[in-house]
Design a protein around this ligand. Sequence first.
Ligand code: ATP
Ligand code: MG
Length: 349
Amino acid sequence: MTTHDIAVIPGDGIGLEVTPAALEVARAAGRRHGFELRLTEFDWSCERYLREGTMMPADGLERLRGFDAVFLGAVGFPGVPDHVSLWGLLIPIRRAFQQYVNLRPVRLFDGIEAPVRATDIDFVVVRENTEGEYSEIGGRMNRGFPDEMAVQEAVFTRKGVTRVLDYAFGLAGRRGGYLTSATKSNGIVHTLPFWDELVKERAAEHPGVRWDQEHIDALCAKLVLDPSRFDVIVGSNLFGDILSDLAAAVTGSIGIAPSANLNPEREFPSMFEPVHGSAPDIAGRGVANPIGAIWSAAMMLDHLGHAEAAEQIVAAIATVLAKGDVRTRDLGGTAGTDEFTQAVLALLV
Ligand code: ATP
Ligand code: MG
């Protein structure tokens, strides 16, 4: 039997509740499809930060390196600034392991009331995950004086942009054959014109994919007004971040949205995590929607070579939602995390 070694970081808040749910579903799929997940849990979290001063130990990245994949619940804690969990855990993992593709599928399931009128929403946001606007280059000057200023440099490299575009064009080729590039080259005069040039260059290498580009402001409007027209949307680190949260909201609840941080070359482990945060307002009550985490686990199985198992998990989620009697509160139901998880598991035996 194939065994995959998975590093599990449940994190904080509802991460501790949705992670076991997702892995239980993934293991059930494994029993059905003849593979096993060997789980090693790490307590790296904001709670650890408050106790010991760091999110993870100094050799944390080294310890993760040998795993086949990393599954992360959510990190965040009231009173701990977001930059601590971001720069203390998430960003180091994404960068050290060259997880340059952040993949966020967006789908409107039957039975979910979306805040938009469209019905057939099914697209993927590909976000550049290692460079771009989220750079440490820049600084603050003249604090407290009339000439106070802040400067932040965005970094777009030919290598970094090309590799994420190639992934996105490849994905579009395997899906509906249509790619949309998010840009703002009418206002940003150096980085995004470079991005646009590289899009044209890569498009020439992928002649089977139809493509267009939209300025980020117009694209946001279209995602609300006409989300059905999209297939694959590719954007820089910042644009991809904004688009994927917007898209999650358009399809019903942030609790549904999954994500994968991929190292497509498989030189290092990839990391899978729901899009939502630790949700301290509902943590510890067993009411969190586990769909984002379960779907992320399905993406992990897909990455590990079990496409059929992954599809069955997503189909089971769709079936439970379409039936409508078991749904969590964020979707207008009364079910808890466990009840929803059991309903999915019942379809996987
Ligand atoms: P963090 O600081 O970790 O990002 P946050 O306060 O930003 O946490 P999010 O997790 O991003 O919280 O959630 C924003 C809102 O969405 C909260 O009201 C939260 O309760 C709700 N929410 C998020 N995830 C879920 C989920 N899985 N099920 C139900 N509600 C959720
Ligand atoms: Mg948040």
